[in-house]
Design a protein around this ligand. Structure first.
Ligand SMILES: CC(C)(COP(=O)(O)OP(=O)(O)OC[C@H]1O[C@@H](n2cnc3c(N)ncnc32)[C@H](O)[C@@H]1OP(=O)(O)O)[C@@H](O)C(=O)NCCC(=O)NCCS
Length: 222
């Protein structure tokens, strides 16, 4: 993770920071638009590895371990369970009827500044059909409506057109470029984005702007 983010660091009261930690600690289901999304547990390691090792996913996400396999995903999940106990991160995953992981949502939180960052991906064969738009919207709603942070930040690789289109449609604003550091110490340039809860709640624009993204192919909701 880069020391450069989050860019906006407005200190909130100790009580508010602790409230955010408590919401994270007590979460189990994500709820909302992706009903099967729940906190990932070590038994999900193989299913998550199966989702994430695809060439369209793992290499695009700078926070992913390399290589991606059952062992590294087990460590990834265990680390996130420790984050959840601390109250500064949580990992959700969704599954289909066959038990395959269909998406994951990795939420990192800076409670002292009331800001969250989420990363995620959807299963390769589901990409480009609106499911990512639905998952992105679900993640924003969890961060703002359930967790209640003041703002969300995001990073995308400059050539990740789907993520860029998705974040712009959700109402995120580009604030500039940063350098993202991978777990192995290498780095990549990223576009940095933020969105405030006030603009999400207050304006008709962000919600109407996601209207296309929230109507995925019906088969993807199973
Ligand atoms: C990024 C990701 C979550 C998007 O989900 P998705 O289901 O593939 O995307 P959607 O079908 O919901 O489309 C999202 C946007 O990309 C656009 N899009 C879809 N396919 C595209 C393509 N081939 N090229 C450019 N834009 C494309 C869509 O039109 C949509 O934009 P809009 O809302 O303005 O119409 C998904 O592709 C993914 O998991 N990618 C690999 C991992 C990754 O990059 N994660 C994000 C790291 S920041």
């Amino acid at each position: 993770m880069s020391d450069e983010i989050p860019v906006t660091r407005l200190v909130v009261s100790d009580e508010e920071a602790e409230r955010l930690r408590c919401v994270i600690r007590s979460a189990s289901l994500m709820g909302g638009r992706v009903p099967s999304a729940r906190v990932a547990i070590p038994d999900d390691a193989e299913a998550l590895a199966d989702l994430l090792r695809h060439e369209s996913i793992g290499p695009k996400i700078y926070t992913m371990p390399d290589p991606i396999n059952r062992e590294t995903m087990s460590e990834f999940i265990t680390d996130h369970l420790a984050q959840q106990v601390r109250g500064d991160g949580i990992l959700f995953a969704s599954f289909d009827r066959e038990g395959r992981a269909t998406a994951y949502f990795d939420v990192e939180v800076w409670p002292q500044w009331s800001i969250a960052k989420f990363g995620g991906a959807v299963r390769s064969e589901r990409q480009g059909r609106g499911f990512g738009g639905l998952c992105g919207l679900a993640a924003v709603e969890w961060c703002f409506d359930v967790l209640g942070v003041a703002r969300i930040c995001e990073t995308t690789a400059p050539d990740n057109q789907r993520s860029i289109a998705l974040l712009a449609r959700l109402g995120f604003r580009q604030l500039g470029r940063i350098t993202s550091v991978r777990p192995n110490g290498t780095s990549r340039p990223s576009i940095y984005w933020e969105m405030e809860r006030a603009s999400w709640r207050g304006a008709a624009a962000p919600r109407s702007a996601v209207s296309a993204a929230i109507r995925p192919d019906d088969s993807l909701l199973a």
